[in-house]
Design a binder for this molecule. Structure first.
Ligand SMILES: Cc1cc2nc3c(=O)[nH]c(=O)nc-3n(C[C@H](O)[C@H](O)[C@H](O)COP(=O)(O)O)c2cc1C
Length: 469
C-alpha cells in the first residue's frame, strides 16, 4: 500500500496536432523539467490530446443527420432550453448516434452506451479544447491500444515500464460534478480486487473491488484541469501496483445482467421504434434473416387488442421459393386482367405490377395475414354483421401494427401491402387455406440496404380535436 503518492503535471506540452508522437512530447517535457521517469510510474493522459494526435476529429458540417437525429433534436430542444444548456444540433446528435451502441436517455443531454461499452453523456464527443467552431473530438476507437502504443514507445525510449491511463471526465448518475475516469489503460489493472483480504478487525473482505484506474484518473484531474489550464498529462509517482500488460479497461465495465443501475428498456426505445418504423419499399440486403426472429415478432403481435378478444389473425410465413413465385405469378395474372377490364393502358399496367412484384418475389420473407371469419361473432341483421366484420378487420390491423413495430425493434424492415385483398380466392387455392380465411395483407420482411425518407405526416392540430362544454 502506498504511503505517499506524488502527482506532477507535465509542463510545456504544446498544442497537439494529428500525427504528433505523444511519447516524444512526454520525454521532451520531463527532460526539460529534470524529472526522471522510473519503473512503476504512471502517466495519466487526457483523451483529448490522444484523440487529436491520432486524428479522431470530425467536422460537424460533413455529418448528414438522419430522421431519427432530427426527431431527437426536436424533442430535446425544449428540455435543453429549460435546463439552460446549449441546444444540440442534429449533426452532433447524429455523430453521437454513430458512436453509440444504445441511447439510454435523450433528454437535455444524451446518455448513451458508447461502442466501447462506456455509459456517458454525448458518447464522449467534445467541442472544448478543439480548434474550429465545428470540429469535435471523438473518443479513440480503441483506447487500450492507444495507451499501449504510448507505453511501448516510452519503453523503447527510456527502457522503463511505465503504465499509461487515458482519462476523460464523466458526469455521474447520482451526484453532481464530473470526475476523471479512465477510458483506456496499459500496464495497470482497471480494478484492485481486495476480495479475500482482511479488514482492520480480521474480517474477510467479500466484495471489495477498488476502481483503481478511475481513482488515479480522478486524482490526476485535480491538477489537469478541464478548461484552458493546459496540463493534459500528469505523472503519478509512488502508487504501488502490479504491472499487468494484459490489463484491459473492459474489465471495469459492469456486465449488463448484473447492472442494477441501468433500466432495462427506456421510454426512448418505444418512442424511437414508433417513429423510426418506415414502410420499406427499397431493396433488401442479402443478410440472412433468422426465421426464429420472425416467429418472435409474430408471437409479440398476438398481444394486440381484439374485439371480444377474438384474435382473428392468422399469419402464414412464405419463405422464398417456387410456391411463393407461383402464387405471385397467379396474383399478377389476375391483377393484369382486372386492370385491363378497368381500361388501364399497357404501360400503367406494367408499372403497377412491377412496382410490387419484385418486392414480393425478392423479400427474404413474405408474411400473409388472414382474418379467420370462423371466429367472428355473427348476429342477425346486416348492420350488426358488417360491424362485427369491421371489428375483426380493426383487430387484425392492430396485430399487424404490433408486428411492424416488433420487426422494427429487431432492426428488420417491412412493408404492409394490401394486394391479397384483390386475390383472396387465388391465395386460398394456391396455399390450400381454409374457406374461412380472408387474405388481408402481405408483409415483406428483410434487412434494409437503404434508409427510406420519412413520408409526410399531418400536424397534430389537423387530426386532434377537443370538444368542450
Ligand atoms: C392498410 C395498409 C395498406 C397498405 N398497402 C400498401 C400497398 O399496397 N403498397 C404500398 O406500396 N404500400 C402500402 N402501404 C404502406 C403505406 O404506403 C405507408 O404506410 C404510408 O405511405 C406511410 O409510410 P410509413 O409507413 O413509412 O410511415 C399500406 C399501408 C397500410 C396501413
Amino acid at each position: 500500500m502506498s504511503e505517499r503518492v506524488n502527482l506532477i503535471a507535465l509542463k510545456g506540452i504544446p498544442k497537439i496536432k494529428p500525427g504528433d508522437n505523444l511519447a516524444n512530447i512526454i520525454i521532451d517535457s520531463v527532460s526539460k523539467s529534470n524529472i526522471i521517469l522510473e519503473e512503476g510510474d504512471i502517466l495519466v493522459i487526457a483523451q483529448s490530446i490522444v484523440s487529436k494526435s491520432r486524428g479522431f476529429l470530425v467536422d460537424l458540417n460533413k455529418i448528414e443527420p438522419s430522421d431519427y437525429a432530427n426527431m431527437l433534436h426536436e424533442s430535446m430542444k425544449p428540455l435543453a432550453t429549460k435546463e439552460n444548456i446549449p441546444i444540440k444540433d442534429p449533426q452532433i446528435i447524429q455523430l453521437i448516434l454513430n458512436e453509440s451502441n444504445e441511447v439510454i436517455r435523450a433528454s437535455h443531454v444524451m446518455i448513451v452506451e458508447t461502442k466501447h461499452g462506456f455509459v456517458c453523456a454525448n458518447a464522449g464527443i467534445d467541442r472544448s479544447n478543439v480548434e474550429g467552431d465545428n470540429m469535435v473530438t471523438l473518443l479513440p476507437e480503441n483506447p487500450d491500444e492507444e495507451a499501449t502504443k504510448i507505453k511501448d514507445d516510452l519503453k523503447n525510449l527510456v527502457h522503463k515500464n511505465i503504465a499509461v491511463i487515458i482519462s476523460d471526465s464523466f458526469g455521474r448518475p447520482f451526484r453532481r460534478g464530473a470526475i476523471g475516469v479512465a477510458i483506456g489503460l496499459s500496464g495497470i489493472d482497471a480494478v484492485l480486487d481486495k476480495r479475500g483480504k482482511y479488514d482492520l478487525y480480521g474480517k474477510e473482505l467479500k466484495s471489495t473491488i477498488i476502481g483503481q484506474v478511475d481513482n488515479l484518473a480522478s486524482a490526476a484531474q485535480l491538477i489537469m484541469g478541464e478548461a484552458d489550464e493546459g496540463f493534459p498529462i500528469v505523472l503519478i509517482k509512488g502508487y504501488e501496483f502490479e504491472i499487468n500488460n494484459q490489463a484491459k479497461i473492459s474489465s471495469i465495465i459492469r456486465e449488463r445482467n448484473s447492472d442494477l443501475f441501468r433500466e432495462k428498456k427506456s421510454d426512448i426505445d418505444v418512442i424511437k421504434t414508433l417513429k423510426a418504423r418506415r414502410s420499406y419499399k427499397l431493396g433488401f440486403s442479402s443478410k440472412e434473416v433468422d426465421e426464429e426472429l420472425i416467429r418472435e415478432c409474430i408471437d409479440l403481435s398476438r398481444w394486440a387488442p381484439s374485439a371480444h378478444n377474438g384474435q382473428f389473425w392468422r399469419y402464414i410465413i412464405l419463405s422464398k421459393g417456387a410456391k411463393r413465385n407461383q402464387l405471385i405469378n397467379r396474383m399478377n395474372e389476375k391483377l393484369k386482367k382486372d386492370l385491363i377490364n378497368e381500361g388501364k393502358s399497357e404501360s400503367t399496367i406494367k408499372l403497377k405490377i412491377e412496382k410490387t412484384r419484385n418486392q414480393f418475389l425478392n423479400s427474404p420473407y413474405l408474411i400473409l395475414l388472414c382474418l379467420d371469419k370462423h371466429d367472428l361473432e355473427l348476429h342477425e341483421g346486416d348492420e350488426r354483421n358488417l360491424n362485427e366484420l369491421f371489428m375483426g378487420i380493426q383487430s387484425i390491423s392492430s396485430s399487424a401494427t404490433y408486428l411492424l413495430l416488433a420487426l422494427e425493434s429487431k432492426k428488420l424492415s417491412s412493408c404492409w401491402y394490401c394486394a391479397p385483398l384483390f386475390a383472396k380466392k387465388i391465395i386460398r387455392r394456391e396455399l390450400n387455406l381454409p374457406e374461412s380465411y380472408i387474405p388481408m395483407a402481405f408483409f415483406t420482411v428483410g434487412y434494409p440496404l437503404d434508409v427510406p425518407k420519412a413520408p409526410f405526416r399531418k400536424n397534430l392540430d389537423d387530426i386532434l380535436f377537443k370538444i368542450e362544454d
